[in-house]
Design a protein around this ligand. Sequence first.
Ligand SMILES: [Zn+2]
Ligand SMILES: [Zn+2]
Length: 274
Amino acid sequence: MITADFHNHTSFSSDSTAPMEGQIRQAISLGFTRLCVTDHMDRHYPNPIDKGSFELEPDAYFDSLQTLRARYRGQIELLFGIEFGLRNEPHLKEEILNFYQNLEASYPFDFIIGSTHALHGADPASAEYWESATLKDGLRDYFQSIADNASWYPCFDVYGHLDYIVRYVPAEVKDYCYEDYRERIDQALLAILNAGKGIEVNTAGLKTLSYPHPKKEILMRYRELGGEIVTVGSDAHAPEFLGYQFNRAEEYLKECGFRYYTVFKDRKPIFEKL
Ligand SMILES: [Zn+2]
Ligand SMILES: [Zn+2]
């Protein structure tokens, strides 16, 4: 049984109003032994006026977690996480790398997710991104961004929601054919593995798709290439989605040949039996 949610958001994220304490109480009521909050930090997020800055205030974030750690000690283990939005536009690389490495060195993070939330100066969840990209180019460039970011930025532990872009493609059927992108996906997986990092199963996909992220072919290919580190997260932005369909995530991992899921403490992986 999976008893740890390693991807979720609180009101420290621009797109959540959930108090951190509410997420913790929900995790305890689900019988979880660990919770790692991973609020958004997206340096130079391209659409700040419509959607907020997606840059949290790290001191307040850490203080809040520390206070709640003391309050809920003995009931649940609270890990300190964050989700960094990584960018593969070359002119942003140096500044973003310095910014995240400085943050990583300044706070005692247990776990860092690296994610693509923007490329070509736009959020792939926005209409703007798809205005200038065909379906094929939009998906191909997104997978390329993972390959670039995983090799450019050492400051993450797992790459987030590998194929979440499929939820936002301007097509009636929200799906894609793995074979059409196999080469780019392999580049992305190899970059992640060569950097010694992992991936996650993100159950937010199950809200609108028949599978969590990433789809089965990717997860199986990751394993085939030697991948072992897989965290599990709901990407919940509200308590009702915490631990969303984790029973399904457990089956899914087993179907793909995994016998363990991963949690992190002090940036080091710990393998828990499924
Ligand atoms: Zn994300
Ligand atoms: Zn997230």
